[in-house]
Design a protein around this ligand. Structure first.
Ligand SMILES: NC(=O)c1ccc[n+]([C@@H]2O[C@H](COP(=O)([O-])OP(=O)(O)OC[C@H]3O[C@@H](n4cnc5c(N)ncnc54)[C@H](O)[C@@H]3O)[C@@H](O)[C@H]2O)c1
Length: 376
């Protein structure tokens, strides 16, 4: 268990029989073996990871497992969003079966949101469901995708359209893993941190305005506080609405606009998921101002903060051409956030005051997107 000098916190995800804990601290990867062992029926696990993460952290995880007398087989997939595909799902499932993973065994997802989503989904369907543990290695995965049990892959029809709710048995967040993360990826993950403040915690957003520089500079206390606060909010919302029939949709702040942009940019390095969310959140605030739902100047404050950490906030920040407003709206319609033909938007009455609405006229969205494209 943690050495007394290792700062760490725990967040509970309260889901009855599916409850679990998120451990957050510096250096937890070295303790992975002893932390994971109590969850195992036999000392065997399969690790799913990607090539970037494997090169930097797989050895350390394997060493920690070895010290705890746990045998591990690793499946190393290519890095990138394209890995959340049918092809790599099949490769993963067959790899897990070849590794001898049985119904009562454990899969470990070591990676960012791509690996967490794919490995989690493989765990959900392999032998009708096996257990898995998340060891998220990007900031985005540490504050968002590793918590809450949404797993899945992309289809040619859109992002995350094939998936399942499958909760992990535990989440181990080692903030030291962020030290090897490229700055652009750190900023993209930070968009999801800011999201929690923007959707429901104005004091947290103010704290971030003051402490983002320390967080980006690697300050452990700032990182632990930001990640813990984010996980607490996500855990609270997920406990209230595990399968997104209501309040969980608030977590999609910035995602209706953002997903359309991500799709338009071809899910490529042109625009990372977190960057799309940053632009989408700025748009949600600008659109809310335009609809006179929130005070003028609120969007400018949000944009100023996101820009200060190097995140894009405008369509013009995306390199290359984008489709016109009609096409963007079309992409939004194909997104799973459409219910009974009505688009769902997360709009705001102020910082920390997001709400869910299906009461948005498409003409208003089209007019707004046209203004956004001409940079008005
Ligand atoms: N399940 C959910 O609730 C949920 C929520 C939000 C996002 N997502 C999904 O998460 C995905 C995005 O996740 P992501 O931003 O973590 O992307 P990612 O998994 O592709 O990781 C980003 C890049 O960083 C590399 N990387 C990861 N950890 C590293 C480390 N410690 N050091 C160096 N490089 C490292 C990866 O190899 C990759 O190249 C999207 O597919 C999105 O749909 C899921």
């Amino acid at each position: 268990m943690p050495k007394p000098d290792t700062p760490s916190t725990t967040v509970a995800v309260d889901l009855g029989a599916r409850s679990y804990e998120i451990a957050i601290g510096a250096g937890l990867l070295a303790q992975a073996g002893e932390r994971i062992k109590p969850f195992l029926k036999r000392p065997l696990v399969a690790i799913v990871t990607d090539s970037n993460v494997a090169a930097r952290h797989l050895d350390h995880l394997q060493e920690s497992l070895r010290k705890a007398d746990i045998r591990a087989r690793a499946i190393v997939l290519p890095a990138g969003e394209a890995t959340k595909s049918y092809q790599h799902l099949a490769e993963t499932c067959d790899g897990l079966l070849s590794a001898g993973i049985e119904r009562r065994d454990m899969i470990i997802a070591l990676g960012g949101g791509v690996i967490g989503d794919l490995a989690g989904f493989a765990a959900a369907i392999l032998r009708r469901g096996v257990d898995f543990i998340q060891i998220p290695t990007t900031l985005l995965a540490q504050v968002d995708s590793s918590v809450g049990g949404k797993t899945g892959i992309n289809s040619p029809h859109g992002k995350n359209l094939i998936g399942a709710f499958h909760q992990p048995k535990s989440v181990l967040i080692d903030i030291a893993l962020l030290d090897t993360l490229p700055k652009r990826e750190l900023a993209a993950g930070y968009a999801e941190v800011a999201k929690y403040g923007l959707l429901g915690d104005a004091p947290f957003f103010s704290w971030l305005e003051g402490n983002a520089p320390a967080l980006f500079a690697g300050d452990a206390q700032a990182r632990i506080k930001a990640i813990t606060t984010s996980c607490e909010m996500k855990a609270r919302i997920v406990a209230e609405d595990e399968t997104e029939t209501g309040v969980r949709a608030l977590l999609n702040l910035g995602h209706t606009f953002g997903h359309a942009l991500e799709a338009a940019a071809g899910y490529s390095s042109r625009l990372l998921h977190g960057e799309a969310v940053a632009i989408g959140m700025a748009q949600a605030f600008r659109f809310s101002e335009r609809q006179k739902l929130c005070a003028q100047g609120t969007a400018a404050r949000v944009e100023a903060h996101l820009t200060s950490v190097g995140l894009p906030t405008r369509l013009g920040d995306i390199p290359g051409d984008l489709p016109g407003p009609e096409k963007l709206l079309d992409i939004m319609r194909q997104d799973k956030k459409e219910v009974a033909g009505k688009l769902t938007f997360i709009l705001v009455r102020g910082i920390g005051e997001a709400f869910i609405t299906r009461d948005v006229a498409e003409e208003d969205v089209l007019a707004f997107l046209a203004e956004e494209q001409t940079g008005e």
